[in-house]
Design a protein around this ligand. Structure first.
Ligand code: SAH
Length: 362
């Protein structure tokens, strides 16, 4: 038995079945055996690939977005450029290369990385060695400096622990993970219903309907939006998920680029749920942000100049490299790949234009 499976089974035997969020937390960030804390999960050799790992185009366009938004905010200086969950550091490296065109931006910019994993922190430092800006690391948002802040987060929210609730004839009951007769991990439903719905959900949902809610996402979004309101700034969040609150079990495990059983070999595969952007937006509005805007990732990247930038890169490349650039554009932006399922959402402290995105008013 793997050591994390043994730890989880002992916890279940001692305190009873655990929530899906607790299971995700142990699998992803257990200090010794967690997926992010003990492995190097990203890239072609790892288990999954993210937009910045597909092509430098992604980070460069995010860099252009950040410079435009910083100017619209009145060029606050100094300011913090914060990335949440930077993975291999590739996105920040590509951003810093793109923003180098604006000397005032780089002069005022303090880079802060929020990352739990020690091996990933080491990798991020290494990736950023070539840029002249040294990052400061944080374990969470609370210790960030009190400065105007630009946040970026790609595939960060989907990795945060999420709970699941099931509609039963008694109300909404927590979906939990317990042990079956053979002592193997199994899904079940807590018999005691919840006193109040976990978030905005229709009471008349059909029996068996599953709804997901992540207290960790709520907390982080609240803290992020609060900083933006207090010190000024903006955020760009890209992730896979939906713009409106939906129903359903979106928990998925990926290992070696293939779907896996989420309960099989805990800590060995990436676990995620789809991000509920509509719900996150409502948390940001509660905290007082002035502008929110969003779009599908493909539309966002194309509006930011994906095709033009790919053309420039392609013009200086050989035939093989040119094919690789076309394939990356296709993967990042086409409806059949990441273009539609992935979304971009932005928040700002002021009423400013957020390039590439459509303002949401309601
Ligand atoms: N943004 C990167 C990596 C995405 S993977 C990319 O697009 O390639 C998720 C990242 O979030 C990893 O770096 C992981 O270690 C980090 N992470 C997960 N949970 C976290 C938490 N609670 N606090 C800080 N970082 C976290």
């Amino acid at each position: 038995m793997n050591p994390l499976d043994a730890l989880i089974s002992t916890e279940i035997e001692t305190t009873g079945p655990i929530t899906v969020g607790r299971y995700m937390q142990l699998c992803l960030s257990h200090p010794k055996y967690g997926y992010y804390t003990s492995k190097q999960p990203l890239g072609a050799q790892g288990d999954f690939t993210t937009a910045p790992e597909i092509s430098q185009l992604f980070g460069e366009l995010v860099g252009v977005w950040l410079v435009t938004v910083w100017r619209a905010l009145g060029q606050p200086s100094p300011f913090a450029l914060v990335e949440l969950g930077p993975g291999r550091g590739t996105l920040m490296a590509d951003i810093l290369r793109a923003v180098a065109v604006d000397r005032a931006f780089t002069d005022g910019c303090k880079v802060h990385l929020v990352e739990l994993s020690k091996p990933l922190r080491d990798l991020q430092s290494k990736t950023l060695q070539s840029s002249s800006i040294a990052p400061t690391f944080h374990s969470d948002i609370a210790s960030l400096p009190k400065l105007p802040t630009l946040f970026v987060a790609n595939e960060f929210f989907d990795a945060l622990p999420t709970n699941q609730w099931v509609r039963t004839d008694r109300g909404w009951n927590a979906r939990k993970i317990g042990l079956d007769a053979d002592n193997k991990l199994t899904f079940g439903v807590d018999p005691t219903p919840l006193p109040a719905p976990p978030k905005l959900i229709r009471e008349n949902a059909a029996l068996g309907t599953i709804v997901e809610h992540s207290p960790a996402q709520d907390t982080i979004m609240g803290m992020m939006a609060d900083r933006i309101v207090r010190y000024g700034g903006a955020a760009l969040i890209t992730d896979y998920g939906s713009l409106s609150t939906g129903f359903g079990d979106t928990l998925q495990a990926v290992r070696m680029h293939r779907p896996a059983d989420p309960l099989d070999d805990p800590g060995a595969s990436d676990l995620t749920t789809q991000t509920d952007f509509g719900h996150l937006r409502s948390k940001a509005i509660d905290a007082g942000v002035r502008t929110t805007a969003w779009s599908a990732q493909g539309d966002f990247l194309i509006a930011m100049g994906l095709l033009e930038r790919a053309g420039v890169l392609g013009a200086n490349a050989g035939p093989e490299e040119r094919d690789a650039i076309s394939a990356a554009v296709e993967r990042l932006a086409s409806d059949a790949a990441m273009g539609k399922l992935f979304k971009a959402m932005a928040l700002a402290s002021k009423e400013i234009h957020l390039p590439g995105l459509i303002v949401v008013n309601d």
